[in-house]
Design a protein around this ligand. Sequence first.
Ligand SMILES: [Zn+2]
Length: 205
Amino acid sequence: MQGFILNLRRHREEDLIVTVITSQALMTLYRFYGARHSPIALGHKVDFVAERTPFQMGQMRHVAHLGWGWLADLSRVRVWQQFVQLLFQHLKGAQILDSFYYELLEKAAEKLPVQNPKRVLLESYITLLEYEGRLHSDLDCLVCETPIKEEQVALARAFVPAHSACLYAEGFDRDQIVRLFETKESLLMDDEQIERLWRVVGEGF
Ligand SMILES: [Zn+2]
């Protein structure tokens, strides 16, 4: 089967506990160290076999990397790995998953070589919020619970809107945020805006 490596944890010096997301599940598997094994890296897409064992945890075997060209581009990989780790923190504990999350990663990975990676993954994140019913398109303030009518809207963790004055935070252009929430596209935003929005993503899913 195929999946993305969402988390890696070392065990007994050389072995690894690997969390991998497939189109149907979040699997935690044991990977024994072996000199002939190809190294596994966070965020990589792999083909593998999950072998049942008498123990609780299955074993990850016959791993083959399904690489993309951009994996050699460290600046892109760092942003990708940051996103993948945020997703892991969000999903950990789940076992059976809707294919939405796997497909979200697939689509983003395809766009990554040609676009600003933070832009791609910001749009992915907004798509995730909408899918989970957590996208606050109504623009009511988190703090005082009244509608935000100002030209600027501040965003708390998970893009929950608030008045700049209520959140004590610098705002974003209201029209652009409305458009981002509606279309899940950030076309009208410049890279500086994307950088600021990415910091909100980094606060956690
Ligand atoms: Zn307010």
